[in-house]
Design a protein around this ligand. Structure first.
Ligand code: HEM
Length: 495
């Protein structure tokens, strides 16, 4: 009996090992440095930015393989030609199995986690909502309105009565402020939620609680196996979905009383309710709209807030960049405090500053695809089921792709400065599965920065530390501490 059990276990273990795609990866792909066969590179992930070693290896090796106790296993690529090949290889079209675990955990099956025909159908309906005309007509006015409210709020926090509008020499954590306040821009522009609406606060607090729980398990897979943890997640996700369902009901009731008109401005949720598949004419049902809305809440909020905080940090450290940026904003905006879409297209230096920040501190350091069947990449064998990780930061920090890659040089994006491979700068990924919200994100970030720098400048707080931390995204571990000053140019702005 005992020997039968042992034989069975050996058989199961052998099957696991033989079917493990990691064992069938092309042997000529080098392994990560100092990895051992049992734990792989797991014991090397000791930094607060856990992925840092993976990024450093990918700066060194254009392709390598790595595993963590064989539970997670990847071929990691950072070479732009390999990234281009991956984007065009339909056999590498699926999202990773880690993401599938996240989908099961959150119960959110939005456009970011599906693939194949289900993804295509949703993409046909959602992609037009983010085209330039729709952004300009429907979403931009909400972004401007909410961005200028945000700057009012930030400025008023720093204003000192009776001191000529000058801010006190007090350091603030601008990362925390931006994370707090950027929610109001996204939820206002995309979902029509206003501070004071009951659902504004309810969605915010349940989303934060859910994100905090997901962050807990993002780098510690065993956490997700804990039944208490799973119970908490499922309670919160029911609550979160309930709030979004309530918002859909409010929007549907509003839309039923309004005549459809091309001139009327709609937020993203209203547009999703009205949208039809251009091929089949089908609309999205409520469950689908909840999934997509949750995807936009999760994917579109911390990413932009954190990038804005890194911009403030980098600009505060580089006075010549600050001077050029302020000069451009003042010249393009003149007396106005908020930009138009035409202004945004003329703010070319601001665009370079944001791009350079995304190169150095991109919120998503990697993204992952899974092989749907046995395939090849760069001539190497990639077996079915294997995850291929694209090291975004590896490509961004490689000296083969950028001169002085660790330096903040917005001018590198000027025409003629250096030739950048079109797959070497990929903060929003590439190809048809790239970020659906990238135009919106750039528009939102540039608008907020324009409004902020019209009123405020920031000096570095030399006694505070800056570090990189990581959960679902990369973020400033100790916040971004800066000393805000109301700009002399507009001394009455905060009175
Ligand atoms: C700085 C801001 C942002 C960055 C750096 C960023 C980055 C990315 C990246 C790298 C991906 C690919 C992920 C993967 O394939 O696993 C992605 C996908 C996506 N992003 Fe963003 N994102 C940002 C902001 C936004 C915003 C504001 C929205 C929505 C309002 C958004 C919506 C999406 C969606 C829906 C997808 C999935 C697309 C698909 O699978 O077809 N993102 N984003």
């Amino acid at each position: 009996m005992a020997s039968a059990a042992v034989t069975f276990l050996v058989y199961k273990a052998a099957r696991f090992i033989l079917s493990d795609p990691f064992e069938r990866v092309d042997p000529s792909i080098p392994p990560s440095p100092s990895a051992n066969n049992f734990s792989g590179a797991a014991l090397q992930l000791t930094e607060s930015f856990q992925m840092a070693p993976l990024i450093r290896w990918s700066v060194q090796f254009p392709i390598y393989k790595v595993h963590f106790f064989k539970v997670r296993r990847y071929v990691v690529i950072s070479d732009p030609e390999l990234i281009k090949e991956l984007v065009n290889n339909r056999d590498l079209d699926a999202k990773s199995d880690d993401l599938e675990e996240l989908t099961t955990l959150t119960g959110v099956n939005g456009i970011g986690t599906t693939h194949g025909p289900q993804w295509k159908e949703t993409h046909r309906v959602l992609a037009p909502l983010f085209n330039y005309a729709n952004l300009e007509h429907h979403l931009f006015p909400g972004v401007v309105q909410n961005a200028s409210n945000l700057v009012e709020e930030i400025s008023s926090r720093f204003a000192v009565n009776g001191s000529g509008g000058r801010a006190p020499l007090q350091s603030v954590d601008i990362d925390k402020i931006l994370v707090d306040t950027t929610y109001s821009i996204g939820s206002g522009a995309l979902f029509g939620l206003k501070l004071g609406d009951a659902l504004y606060a309810e969605i915010k607090s349940s989303m934060h609680a859910l994100i905090n729980l997901l962050n807990e398990s993002s780098m510690r897979p065993l956490t997700a196996a804990n039944p208490l943890y799973r119970f908490k997640v499922s309670r919160l996700r029911r609550e979160f979905r309930g709030y979004i369902a309530a918002l859909i009901n409010i929007k549907r009731a509003k839309l039923e009383t309004e005549m459809p008109s091309t001139a009327a401005r709609m937020d993203l949720m209203e547009s999703m309710i009205r949208a039809k598949d251009p091929e089949t004419g089908a609309s999205l049902d409520d469950e689908n709209i909840i999934d997509q809305s949750a995807t936009f809440f999760f994917g579109g909020y911390n990413t932009t807030a954190r990038t804005l905080a890194w911009v403030v940090h980098l600009v505060s450290q580089h006075p010549t960049v600050e001077t050029k940026l302020l000069e451009e904003i003042d010249r393009v905006l003149g007396e106005r405090d908020v930009p138009s879409t035409v202004d945004l297209s003329q703010l070319t230096y601001l665009n370079m500053v944001v791009k350079e920040t995304l190169r150095l501190y991109c919120p998503a350091p990697v993204y992952v695809r899974r092989a749907l069947r046995d395939t090849k990449l760069g001539g190497y064998d990639i077996p079915e089921g294997m995850n291929v990780m694209v090291s975004i930061l590896g490509a961004h920090y490689s000296a083969s792709n950028f001169s002085d890659p660790s330096q903040f040089i917005p001018e590198r994006w000027q025409e003629g400065f250096e030739k950048v491979h079109s797959y070497a700068f990929i903060p929003f990924a590439k190809g048809e599965r790239s970020c659906l919200g990238q135009r919106y994100a750039m528009m939102q970030m540039k608008t907020v920065l324009c409004c902020i720098y019209k009123r405020l400048i920031f000096r570095p707080d030399n006694w505070s530390s800056v570090g990189v931390g990581q959960d679902l995204i990369v973020f400033p571990k100790f916040g971004i501490h800066v000393v805000p000053k109301i700009r002399e140019l507009n001394p009455t702005a905060c009175s």
